[in-house]
Each structure stands twice: as structure tokens, then as C-alpha cells.
Design a protein around this ligand. Structure first.
Ligand code: ADP
Length: 266
């Protein structure tokens, strides 16, 4: 492939490890795999597969930046970056400077990040004490309903009946789902209720963050269209989702060197 030096970002998340190769503007390749022991080797393999798929040589790599909770677990990194800064940088660049609020739903936390007009982080809030409103909650429901997460969006669209689920506690929600299933409630309705419950949690986290600013949702659960619609219904505004919402944090890390490099501009 004919590119100069590429940047690599490795997001060692609580649930998934994501790797992005970029030319600085777009995601040339994004690969992910489940988080497991041996993260150094997993990272190395993802990078090797990515370079091979683009027909790039290791000499063409300008820098490798890690982020995510396991960012120190990859020893060959040139830089480590915190997830909030990587998320802000990634979404701001990919949205071409439009984003002002980011809602990130990860495997084990939910974050709301606000940006200024230059993409600098003004404020952030994080809920990592409770699984309600996180990817873990989705995984639990996926197991209870024996239904892959990739089908949740379409199934929620077929829901015809309103049922309610707790949005404050996953332990309560789990027993609620078990009794709904015992009553014969359709899984479409349970998934619809799950999305509404997570949307209420997001709205509570948003607090008084202005709802008229460009709001971008990212993280793995942003791949679920049904969740995006539920958040739009709860906040009464549009929510933007970029093409590869699970790779935006890794992309922010991949452009880190570029952002920190001295420029010719006065
Ligand atoms: P982390 O960075 O904390 O590892 P991610 O942003 O990678 O988290 O998101 C992981 C979560 O993404 C999983 O817990 C799961 O709920 C969700 N997820 C993964 N694949 C899909 C999919 N195809 N559709 C919807 N949600 C998904």
C-alpha cells in the first residue's frame, strides 16, 4: 500500500482489545478481539495481521500508542495515553471538528465527555461503579435471552409491548428479566425495555449537559441501532454514530504522535 508512515493505536479495553492503523485522517484498518490474559501477545498479533492486510512493512510504522485500562501492558508502545484524551481526539478528528459531547459506553463503564470548539476536554463524568448502563449489562441480557448482541437492534424494532426494567441495578434487572421470561414476555419486548433502561441511565449521566450540541455515541454498544434510537427518544435530540464506533478511541491513540509533534505553524 502506498502511504508514508502510519500511526497505530492499541486500545486495551476491559472487554475488547482494538487496534487501528491510520494515515492520520481515516481508519485504514481496525481489528478487535476479546480481552484475555497475554495482552502483549494479542496486541502484537493484531498489529501483525493489520500490517499484513494493508501490505505494509513494520518499518512503515511511525508510532504505536496504547490506551485503555491495559495501556501499560504492551511494552513496545512509544506512548501511553489516557482513554478520555484518546476518545476526545479520535471523535473530534473523525467528526471533522463537529463533536461537542461524547457518550462512550464501554464494557464496564459509561462516560460523558464535553469538548470545547478546539476539541479540548472541558469536563467528563464516569460511572464505573455499577454495571447498569454498560456493555456488561448487554452481555448479561444476551446470555439470558440466548441472542447475539448483533441482533438486538432489529429485534427491538419489532417490539410491540411496553415492559419496564430497572435502570439502577443489574442484579435487580436480571431477576426482572427471569420473571418476564417466565411470564412469556417476548424477547423483543425485553430488549426494547433494556434499551430504554440504558437510555435513562445515559440521560441521568448527561445531567445538564446541553442537548442541542453535536452529541456522538461511541464504544461497542453504539453498534446497536436500537440503543441509539432509545437514547434519541429519551434525550429528544439526534445522536450521531460514526462508521466504526468501537474503534474511535484506538483511532485517537493512533493519531497521538501527530497531535504532539511540533508543527511548522507559528
Ligand atoms: P471496552 O473498551 O471497555 O473493552 P468496548 O467499547 O470495546 O469496551 O465495548 C464492549 C461492549 O460492546 C461489549 O460489552 C458489548 O456489550 C458491546 N458489543 C460488542 N459487539 C457488539 C455488537 N455487535 N452490537 C452491539 N454491542 C456490541
Amino acid at each position: 500500500m502506498k502511504v508514508g508512515k502510519v500511526g497505530i493505536g492499541l486500545d486495551l479495553g476491559s472487554t475488547a482489545i482494538k487496534m487501528v492503523i491510520t494515515d492520520g485522517e481515516k481508519i485504514l484498518c481496525g481489528l478487535s478481539t476479546a480481552t484475555a490474559p497475554g495482552q502483549e501477545e494479542i496486541g502484537r498479533q493484531l498489529i501483525a495481521r493489520g500490517l499484513e492486510s494493508l501490505d505494509l512493512k513494520p518499518e512503515q510504522v511511525g508510532s504505536i500508542t496504547t490506551t485503555g485500562y491495559g495501556k501499560k501492558l504492551y511494552s513496545a508502545a512509544d506512548l501511553n495515553m489516557d482513554e478520555i484524551s484518546a476518545n476526545a481526539a479520535g471523535i473530534f478528528r473523525l467528526s471533522r471538528g463537529q463533536a461537542r459531547t461524547i457518550i462512550n459506553i464501554g464494557g464496564q463503564d459509561l462516560k460523558v465527555i464535553t469538548l470545547d470548539n478546539d476539541g479540548k476536554v472541558l469536563d467528563f463524568r464516569m460511572n464505573d461503579k455499577c454495571a447498569a448502563g454498560t456493555g456488561r449489562f448487554f452481555e448479561l441480557v444476551s446470555r439470558l435471552l440466548d441472542t447475539p448482541l448483533s441482533e438486538f437492534g432489529d429485534l427491538a424494532g419489532n417490539s410491540g409491548h411496553e415492559v419496564q426494567l430497572s435502570s439502577t441495578c443489574v442484579v435487580f434487572a436480571e431477576s426482572e428479566i427471569i420473571s418476564l421470561l417466565a411470564r412469556g414476555v417476548a424477547r423483543e419486548d425485553i430488549i426494547h425495555a433494556l434499551h430504554a433502561s440504558v437510555a435513562r441511565k445515559v440521560a441521568a449521566m448527561m445531567g445538564r449537559t446541553p442537548h442541542d450540541d453535536a452529541i456522538y455515541l461511541d464504544g461497542g454498544p453504539a453498534r446497536n441501532r436500537g440503543l441509539v434510537e432509545a437514547i434519541e427518544d429519551e434525550l429528544l435530540c439526534d445522536i450521531m454514530v460514526l462508521d466504526d464506533p468501537q474503534f474511535t478511541v484506538a483511532f485517537g491513540a493512533a493519531i497521538a504522535r501527530q497531535l504532539s509533534a511540533p508543527t511548522d505553524k507559528p
